[in-house]
Ligand binder design. Structure first.
Ligand code: GDP
Ligand code: MG
Length: 440
């Protein structure tokens, strides 16, 4: 994966006291290859590598970072800038807001319409789904099923009325029913064609949507970028939504679309379930691409199942020097509330590596239990002061108490140390400046 390749490229910089221009050149050569392999647009790659090289060569190494970490930090910042810098919010009208979802067939528009409706309702809006795809067989039915599933009203007029008229009528219906956001699910084609574009333009003129959102399948890589450009030319998009980011995408679309079209990515679809929607955060995506995991997303997800304040405290504690085994244990316990281990693992720093891919998840659950029992066998003093565990006699006692070997205890200590190191690094990065690359 891209994360593996990038980590590989940075590995060689690690542990070096000073970086020569040649070191950077070599690392950048590998970064370039990794990005191209991930199907990132070659012009974007070129600019990206040039920018990173300039910054890496010219920058003063911060005292708190090794030169290798410094390069990773720069790459992280540039990736973030490439994807738009910061979160792009939806715009709303003072009365009824219309959002139009457009895109090729199979991109995930209908699914996304449902996901967005659910997302908006959670934010106290009253959405209405509108079935304006009258061509694809059973498209209307599909939206109705989605609506039923999440208990959101669906406006449909069958397949004999023109999509433009359906869209117009839906605004009137929304007013009558007290809905304040209208989500129009439009038709797609396998390829872009004039007839489709004209129809979409017609809908746009009729309802004046606040957002014209292009839904694109992230798995299509560079094609997604071309599609985005054509739709933007015809419809003047306000944003892009990437779907199927849960799949085996190479990441190219996420990295090129914003730079090539200038349009922000606002959401991503990460599965087939209605709740599989994420607000697109460039900085989090960048850390994910770099294989540093996505602790913030994890913490945010935790908030729905655990106490928000506790999660926030844990999050900042995890990134601070005081991070200890009590926090580690708490983190494990909160994680278990979050759901399937594989999803969680993807988001954790260091868990993206090749080695982890082969790990049997059942073993993973067992490992987690073992880790917990080892931490439980520590005294409170030990948990709060991880340094105490350097004593062999303590390790021996803990191993005995937990019914495991000393090696097992050492593994937990190593895992904890790694986590602490990673978290500290991430904490440092987030405090770093966020100046955009392209002046945005
Ligand atoms: P439309 O033709 O653009 O309306 O696309 P649909 O919403 O009908 O989706 C096409 C297929 O992609 C369906 O089987 C969806 O379940 C699937 N799909 C949509 N979004 C996602 C996603 O984020 N992840 C995954 N894995 N599948 C998705
Ligand atoms: Mg559809």
């Amino acid at each position: 994966s891209l994360a593996d390749r990038l980590q590989e490229a940075f590995k060689k910089l690690r542990g070096k006291g000073k970086l020569t221009e040649n070191d950077i050149k070599e690392a950048m050569r590998e970064v370039r290859l990794a990005l191209l392999e991930a199907d990132v647009n070659f012009k974007v790659v070129k600019t990206f590598v040039k920018n990173v090289s300039e910054k890496a060569t010219g920058s003063e190494v911060l005292e708190s970072l090794t030169p290798g970490q410094q390069v990773v930090k720069i790459v992280n910042e540039e990736l973030t800038a490439l994807m738009g810098g910061s979160e792009a919010k939806l715009s709303f009208d003072s009365s009824i807001t219309a959002f139009m979802l457009v895109g090729l067939q199979g991109a995930g528009k209908t699914t996304m319409a449902g996901k967005l409706a659910l997302h908006l309702r959670k934010r106290n809006r009253k959405p209405l789904l509108v079935a304006a795809d009258i061509y694809r067989p059973a498209a209307i039915k599909q939206l109705q099923i989605v609506g039923k599933q999440i208990d959101i009203p669906v406006f449909a007029m069958g397949d004999k009325v023109s999509p433009v008229d359906i869209a117009k009528a839906s605004m009137e219906y929304a007013r009558k029913e007290g809905c304040d956001v209208v989500l129009i699910d439009t038709a797609g084609r396998l390829h872009i064609d004039e007839t489709l574009m004209d129809e979409l333009k017609g809908i746009k003129t009729a309802v004046r949507p606040m957002e014209t959102l292009l839904v694109v399948d992230a798995m299509t890589g560079q094609d997604a970028v071309n599609v985005a450009q054509s739709f933007d030319d015809a419809l003047n998009l306000t944003g892009v939504i990437l779907t199927k980011l849960d799949g085996d995408t190479r990441g190219g679309a996420a990295l090129s679309i914003r730079e090539v079209t200038g349009k922000p990515i606002k959401f991503s679809g990460v599965g087939e379930k209605m709740s599989d929607l994420e607000v697109f955060h460039p900085e989090r995506m960048a850390s994910r691409i770099l294989g540093m995991g996505d602790v913030l997303t994890l913490i945010e997800q935790a908030q729905s199942s655990i106490d928000e304040k506790e999660a926030r405290e844990l999050g900042s504690k995890m990134m601070s020097k005081e991070f200890n085994y009590e926090d580690y244990l708490k983190a494990f316990e909160q994680m278990q509330k979050l759901g399937p281990l594989n999803k969680i693992m993807e988001m954790l720093p260091g868990m993206n590596s090749k080695e982890m891919k082969g790990v049997n998840l059942e073993d993973g659950e067992k490992e987690m239990l073992k880790t917990k029992s080892i931490i439980h066998s520590m005294t409170q003093k030990e948990r709060r002061n991880p340094k105490l565990l350097e004593h062999a006699s303590r390790k021996k006692r803990i191993a005995k108490g937990a019914g495991v070997t000393i090696q097992d205890v050492n593994k937990v200590i190593k895992g904890f140390d790694n986590m602490k190191k990673m978290m500290k690094q991430m904490g440092g990065m987030q405090k770093g400046g966020k100046k955009g690359l392209f002046g945005k």
